[in-house]
Write a protein that binds this ligand. Structure first.
Ligand SMILES: [Zn+2]
Ligand SMILES: [Zn+2]
Length: 79
C-alpha cells in the first residue's frame, strides 16, 4: 500500500509525489529542493527524465505517440 518514504534527508513521511512527502513536494515544486540532474516526467509518480513536453519518452508516447502517428499517416495518405 505504501509508496515508500520521502527521499528528502531525514524525512520518513509517506511519499505523496515525485518521491517526496506532501510537504517536501510542495517545496520541491517551488524550487526549494535540490533538483535531480535532469527534469523528471510530469506524470504522477514517474521519475524518468523528461524527453518531450515535460514527459518521459514512455508517457510522451502514451500522450502523443498515437496522435503523432495518426497525423503522420494522414498527411502521408493525403499527399
Ligand atoms: Zn518529506
Ligand atoms: Zn513518465
Amino acid at each position: 500500500m505504501s509508496k515508500g518514504t520521502c527521499k528528502a534527508p531525514s524525512c520518513d513521511k509517506e511519499v505523496q509525489a515525485k518521491g517526496y512527502c506532501s510537504r517536501h513536494y510542495s517545496k520541491w515544486r517551488k524550487g526549494n529542493m535540490p533538483k535531480p540532474r535532469y527534469k523528471t516526467c510530469n506524470a504522477e509518480n514517474c521519475r524518468k527524465p523528461q524527453e518531450r513536453r515535460s514527459l518521459c519518452s514512455e508517457h510522451y508516447a502514451k500522450e502523443y505517440g498515437k496522435k503523432t502517428e495518426t497525423v503522420a499517416a494522414a498527411s502521408t495518405a493525403a499527399s
